[in-house]
Design a protein around this ligand. Structure first.
Ligand code: GLC
Length: 558
């Protein structure tokens, strides 16, 4: 089996730094806290066994949007630690074979960034053109009809200089003008700065938003949409060809260093955009987020179609990347869970960790942390506060990690920046650690299976045809082994015909505790997640893979 790079074989664990572990008792998670909790992640027999962490933004920030409002790109916010702490974290992680990815917010800064303070100070300030300033239209109308992702015009009038500035997200997050060569140069240099510090890569925030149409053309409209932003087809304010070029420039910077990876948040309702950012797999981003996957409801058919679409449309050497949770989404345990949340969480975890691609696990997902209800007075998320009482706030997915049943859930000895969810007494690392039947134990078993079985990490993927409704079934296969993954999304038994009647499919992992090999068919228990392996090599003849290894030779870079 040829060696694949870590960002293809590994599992990435997303850490919301403010919420993971507080080492100094100020109520905020910090870098030292992560170092103290590394055993949970990797390096010991009872660790999860992840391969990389992705840290939410840690740069200096007024924290108006969870750190996605940067006020200094080259300094770490004191609430999260110091540069020395980051260096220690890098050493501690690398010692355990764990890579460290940072979040890089390239599209916009905070309005508190000195660049913006200068830019807004006068029309002829030398930083004026670092942001997107335009005159309004007559009758106090903004320059065009573009909307901010969070609603309302994407233009904010600035009285001091009588012009509007553009903000794709919130008004306190002015967009940088990537058409200005100084901005481009500076932002590539910011990336280089952190790579030189030893960071292994970046998650690129809103990477397809870097450029807007130069002529500010209005977006075409859709007839029906649940909210105004969705009533526009975002062909002029997002996903411009120049942003693809910026992705290629960033890739060249990453390639100045060895084994670094770029993972892009491509925020779009067109899955084609997601694959476009991969280029031919070697000239743009290494990974890009595939929103179709995360938009699925609890449906075997929905997930299967989303995966098949990506497999069919990935460029030559592109590699999939899947996630079910992040800091912007309602936690999957709550979102997908329904009445059988625990059983579904196991099925979902099995799918996430056995599909062909790089999985991202969000902190607490392995415990089954739920979406928390945050009282209005404790809300931090600007989106939640703005739209209250609509349940669109993101704080509920960002509550402190539940380490133990102690006060503060073992996260902090002080009042945490967001309240701990009340489920923490029953659902925490300490309790689940000691319970072989817990969701945490299931995650560990899945991660171990990935480590032990190259077919699960790197093998080709083939859908098992003719699977009954509500069952998502596929095989993973490489030169040395063949596995089948059968996922029953329903609360009823389901019979699945296995691809070859070898009578030698033996269970590797089953949520139903199955021990007997399956023959030509297998009856799944309600909500069973089952991984089978062909136990005897002579029992199968490798088939031509539909994806994966066959393309490897071409994808190997000199
Ligand atoms: C991304 C982040 C989100 C943030 C937004 C603006 O979508 O994931 O949390 O609010 O960008 O930076």
């Amino acid at each position: 089996m040829p060696d694949r790079p870590w960002w293809q074989t590994g599992v990435i664990y997303q850490i919301a730094v403010p919420s993971f572990a507080d080492s100094n008792g100020d109520g905020w998670g910090d870098l030292r806290g992560i170092i103290e909790r590394l055993d949970h992640l990797a390096g010991t027999d009872s660790s999860l066994g992840i391969d990389a962490i992705w840290l939410s933004p840690i740069n200096v920030t007024p924290f108006g949007d969870f750190g996605y409002d940067v006020a200094d790109y080259r300094t770490i916010d004191p609430r999260f630690g110091t540069m020395a702490d980051l260096q220690d974290l890098l050493v501690a992680c690398h010692d355990r074979g764990v890579r460290v990815m940072m979040d890089l917010v390239l599209n916009h800064t905070s309005e508190a960034h000195p660049w913006f303070t200068q830019s807004r100070s006068s029309r002829d300030n030398h930083k004026r053109d670092w942001y997107v300033w335009r005159d309004g239209r007559p009758h106090r109308r903004p320059p065009n009809e573009w909307l901010a992702v969070v609603e309302g015009s994407a233009w904010q009038y600035d009285h001091a200089t009588g012009q509007y500035y553009y903000h794709a997200f919130l008004p306190f997050q002015p967009d940088l003008n990537w058409r200005n060569p100084e901005v481009r140069h500076e932002m590539l240099d910011v990336a280089r700065f952190w790579l030189e510090k030893g960071v292994d890569g970046f998650r690129l925030d809103l990477v397809n938003f870097l450029y807007e149409d130069e002529r500010l053309r209005d977006n075409p409209r859709r007839r029906f949409a649940v909210r105004p932003y969705l009533a526009q087809r975002h062909v002029h304010d997002a996903s411009q060809p120049e942003s693809l070029k910026a992705a290629a420039d960033l890739r060249r910077v990453a390639d100045e260093f060895s084994e670094r990876a770029l993972m892009g948040e491509v925020f779009t309702d067109r899955p084609e955009d997601c694959v476009a950012y991969l280029g031919d797999g070697a000239d743009r981003l290494h990974l890009s987020f595939y929103l179709e996957f995360v938009r699925q409801r609890w449906s075997a058919e929905g997930f299967r179609n989303a995966v098949q679409w990506l497999e069919d449309h990935l460029p030559g050497c592109g590699w999939p990347c899947y996630y079910l949770d992040n800091h912007d989404l309602v936690r999957s345990y709550t979102r997908l869970g329904g009445w059988s949340a625990d059983a579904r969480a196991r099925v979902a975890a099995t799918m996430l960790l056995t599909l062909r691609g790089t999985p991202i696990v969000y902190y607490g997902q392995e415990l089954g942390m739920v979406q928390s209800r945050i009282p209005r007075g404790r809300m931090r998320d600007p989106v939640g506060r703005r739209f209250w009482p609509l349940p669109v706030g993101r704080d509920g997915a960002r509550t402190p990690m539940q380490w133990s049943g102690d006060t503060g859930a073992g996260f902090s000895t002080a009042e945490p920046w967001l309240p701990v969810d009340r489920s923490y007494r029953k659902r925490n690392v300490a309790i689940e650690d000691a319970d072989p039947g817990s969701l945490l134990s299931w995650y560990r078993q899945l991660l171990r299976a990935r480590r032990d079985h190259p077919a699960l990490r790197e093998g080709s993927l083939r859908m098992i045809g003719g699977a009954p409704r509500h069952v998502f079934a596929y095989t993973r296969e490489c030169e040395v082994e063949r596995m089948a993954v059968l996922l029953n999304f329903s609360g009823c038994e389901k019979v699945v015909r296995l691809p070859e009647a070898t009578r030698s499919w033996s269970p590797l992992l089953s949520t139903a505790g199955r021990a007997q090999p399956c023959g030509s068919a297998c009856t799944l228990a309600p909500h069973e997640a089952l991984i089978l392996e062909v136990c005897s090599r002579s029992a199968w003849v490798p088939t031509a893979p539909v994806s994966g290894p066959s393309r490897l030779a071409r994808c190997r870079r000199a």
